[in-house]
Ligand binder design. Structure first.
Ligand SMILES: *Cc1c(COP(=O)(O)O)cnc(C)c1O
Length: 354
């Protein structure tokens, strides 16, 4: 059980929910009535508060704005048909958050503060969790450095916050993907395994270039040979080749260890698939495609769960897929959704009741 933490609650006078239609609500645009805000000062977390969602008043010299000590997480909560709210694997996000914090020389957030702060906030705003099909509540924990001082060094002050955003179905269309050979997302020894804010800013240029060419996203390759596939945009990537499922391994530290990735691997093993986490060369993908062995390609992540890839372009070679005939990725998505929406038994202990 989670130890009690002292969080002060100030409620809104009037909920904004009356003015908002949650049906098909776009991702990341609307926030619930309340937010969590906690300060780190003098080596301790203090002033833990759940209060009305509102702007922050920050000094222009706030360190995070200049040197980018900033990390985040993405988690989701779901309602079952009885209207009860559950969070999907939040403890895994808490652990990853602290791995990111360590890499960015930021303080650890105690597990009970992360977990109980999230649970209390969702409990207060649970009317905001949409109950429609494929809808959910997106949860955004984040931390940033706050010293009002320009100087390249770790801050003494930080803020840990959680926002909640109701969301409809996301990225549902199959994607066209450009295999990126020039720009890179991550390098061994770098911060690719951390959910550090700067990773996303650094990726936008390459993504925009791919969009100009008519693609939805890039498939990142390794920094040295531009041959070994890494991730698809901000999703982990899976290839079904023959009767095996292959996803890039985590050992290089260039890949974000997705909670969805881990859940998909677990479900695939239970379905009887042989899964491999290893280096995967684009040449192997092309060879298998030419031999008719490349069955399905998809991305995984909290926002979209599973996104099918209908086209993959490497140099001038274009691979097109008949995604409508695919069975495995949609089956995995259905199985995960059944767990999330409480339509089947949660044998893994993935769902935490709010
Ligand atoms: C968040 C993220 C993922 C997906 O992780 P999930 O825990 O499944 O949401 C994959 N790659 C990158 C780069 C990410 O930031």
């Amino acid at each position: 059980m989670i130890a009690a933490v002292n969080i002060n609650i100030t409620k809104v006078e009037r909920s904004k929910l009356k003015d908002i239609n949650l049906e098909n609500i776009p991702f990341g645009k609307y926030f619930t009535d309340h937010m969590l805000e906690v300060d780190y000062e003098d080596g301790v977390w203090k002033n833990a508060e759940i209060k009305p969602y509102q702007p922050l008043l920050l000094d222009p010299s706030t360190a995070a704005l200049h040197y980018g000590q900033a990390i985040f997480e993405g988690v989701k909560a779901y309602k079952n048909s009885a209207g009860e709210a559950f969070i999907f694997r939040p403890l895994d996000n808490c652990k990853r958050f602290n791995i990111s914090a360590e890499r960015m020389q930021m303080p650890q957030v105690p597990e009970e503060l992360f977990m109980e702060g999230m649970r209390m906030l969702i409990d207060l705003d649970k009317n905001w969790i949409p109950q429609q099909k494929d809808h959910s509540l997106y949860i955004r924990p984040f931390m940033f450095s706050c010293d009002p001082m320009i100087g390249v060094r770790p801050s003494d002050k930080y803020k840990f916050m959680i926002l909640l955003s109701p969301t409809g179905p996301y990225y549902s269309n199959p994607m066209r993907i450009y295999v990126e050979e020039h720009y890179v997302r991550a390098v061994p020894g770098g911060v690719g395994y951390a959910k550090a804010a700067g990773n996303y800013g650094a990726a936008m240029y390459a993504t925009a270039e791919a969009k100009k060419k008519g693609y939805d996203q890039v498939l990142w390759t390794d920094a040295f040979e531009h041959k070994f596939v890494q991730e698809c945009g901000t999703m982990n990537v899976f290839f079904i080749i023959g009767n095996k499922v292959i996803t890039p391994g985590l050992e290089t530290g260039t890949i974000l260890a997705g909670v969805t990735r881990d859940s998909v691997l677990t479900v695939l093993k239970e379905m009887g698939f042989e899964v491999e986490e290893r280096r995967l060369n684009i040449d192997e993908i092309i060879t298998s495609q030419k031999a008719g062995e490349l069955k399905e390609v998809f991305g995984t992540g909290t926002a979209a769960t599973i996104s099918l890839i209908k086209e993959l372009r490497y140099k001038d070679y274009v691979m097109e897929f008949d995604v409508d005939s695919w069975k495995t990725a949609p089956a995995v998505k259905d199985k995960l959704n059944a767990i999330r929406y409480g339509q089947t038994t949660d044998n893994h202990g993935w769902m935490l009741k709010v």
